[in-house]
Design a protein around this ligand. Structure first.
Ligand code: ADP
Ligand code: ASP
Ligand code: MG
Length: 405
């Protein structure tokens, strides 16, 4: 008897018909003699709708109340799925995050799982129930409901799989696996059979929404092998694991991230300590900085530019105002930018990946504003209006259409 964790995202449970479809997948797994723990997200766009409802009342609602509201979506879907399993003749019990033992930090809106007490889940499994857990939520030390950040149900599922040493952790979604680019935008994107945790972590962090990056981080830490697959078709998906068979693939994927703002500081004195002053201020405000570019000094001054998330743009400008050598008229924040990246462990041993990417962008007359690289990724910052075309031309450069079948 195996213990299997199955997670279903919002589109997989969006209406009664999809809930029944999920119930069939879950009960088939159960009837095959397995113990099954299911994690579900809110139905369809419920979480977005709840956020919109809050905004109608108070655009600046406290994060505590937002968590109370947003967590409601998952409460609906777990109950409906349990009822659907009952209808198919299988005993099922739905549990909210706190009932399932999710103890989190008290950072409302992006809480971290601190401890997962699995006793209740174990009791329900021993009583031969299918256990259906609300994803994305937990409880903090003040006994308040918390949420784990958007897309957090993936992390809930991986946490259960890790804590219970599950034999399998399946992430069911609305596409058939992890592709070389978003298959909804790039029709000839190729489904990957396997991908390493490190590559998946980069893809997820750089914009591939198919898995939440914290879930991948946790899967790597606890060595939980993930399978990403479709709840719509019955086809093998993508395995996310430590080591993969060497496929002849220089890169694994192309991604786009539009949640980027670029801060430029022009004409700062070219003297020691400036970078420390700038980035020290940002660190003190907990502002994460991504790409950093510093120009060669000229006439005693230099320019420094860096990127932050859009939400952090205003706070970054504010933090920098306190630095004596920088006055506000020398700073600007540009939100009309996007980051396009290629990811793949293959590039470590193959020179020329960057030039292939840059040539593709040049051929489409797309200007690169900033570049950043690591062993397994190259990111460029470009005009937001060019982002979709950039992904398409870069993807074509690495995966010519005739190769894809
Ligand atoms: P769920 O509701 O199941 O959590 P999400 O909407 O969070 O699903 O993630 C699935 C979506 O991720 C797909 O519909 C697809 O458009 C998008 N996506 C972006 N990049 C990729 C990629 N490289 N491979 C697969 N899907 C991707
Ligand atoms: N329902 C939450 C969201 O929309 C969590 C999730 O789907 O993973 O972000
Ligand atoms: Mg998701």
């Amino acid at each position: 008897m195996a213990l299997i964790v199955q997670k279903f995202g919002g589109s997989s449970v969006k209406d009664a018909e999809r809930v029944m479809n999920v119930a069939r997948i879950v009960t088939d797994t159960y009837k095959a003699g397995n113990q099954v723990v299911v994690v579900v997200s809110a139905q369809g766009d419920t979480t977005d709708d709840l956020i919109a409802k809050a905004k109608e009342i108070n655009g600046k609602a406290s994060k505590r109340e937002m968590d109370m509201l947003m967590s409601a979506g998952e409460q609906i879907s777990i109950a409906l799925l349990a009822m659907a399993c009952e209808k198919l003749g299988c005993p099922a019990k739905s549990l909210l995050g706190w009932q399932a033992g999710f103890n989190t930090s008290s950072v409302y809106g992006s809480a971290r799982i601190k401890k997962l007490r699995t006793e209740r889940i174990k009791v329900e499994l021993e009583n031969k129930n299918i256990v259906i857990v609300a994803g994305f939520q937990g409880i903090c030390k003040y006994d308040d409901i918390t949420t784990l950040g958007r897309g957090g149900s993936d992390t809930s599922a991986v946490a259960i799989a890790a804590a219970m040493h599950a034999d399998r952790c399946q992430i069911f979604t609305d596409v058939e696996g992890v592709y070389t680019a978003d298959p909804r935008k790039i029709p000839n994107a190729k489904k990957l059979k396997e991908i390493t945790y490190d590559e998946m972590l980069e893809l997820a962090t750089l914009g591939a929404q198919v898995l939440n990056n914290r879930s991948v981080e946790m899967a790597k830490k606890y060595n939980v092998q993930l399978e990403v697959l479709s709840s719509y078709t019955n086809k093998p998906g993508t395995l996310v694991k430590e080591v993969t068979k060497m496929e002849k693939m220089l890169i694994r994927g192309v991604t786009k991230d539009t949640d980027v703002a670029r801060i430029s500081i022009l004409g700062v004195p070219d003297i020691p300590g400036i970078a420390f002053k700038i980035f020290g201020k940002l660190a003190a405000q907990n502002i994460n900085v991504d790409i950093i570019l510093q120009s060669v000094g000229r006439d005693g001054t230099k320019d420094i530019a860096f990127t932050v998330s859009k939400a952090n743009g205003p706070a970054a400008l504010e933090a920098l105002k306190g630095i004596d050598v920088i006055s506000d008229f020398e700073m600007k924040c540009d939100t009309n930018v996007a980051k396009v990246s290629v990811v793949g462990a293959g590039m470590e041993t193959h020179p020329g990946t960057a030039s292939t990417m840059f040539e593709a962008l040049y051929s489409a007359d797309i200007n690169i504003q900033m570049i950043s690289t690591s062993e397994i990724k190259i990111s460029v910052l470009i005009d937001a209006a060019d982002a979709d075309q950039a992904v398409a031309v870069v993807h074509r450069a690495f995966f010519p259409e005739e190769d894809n079948n």
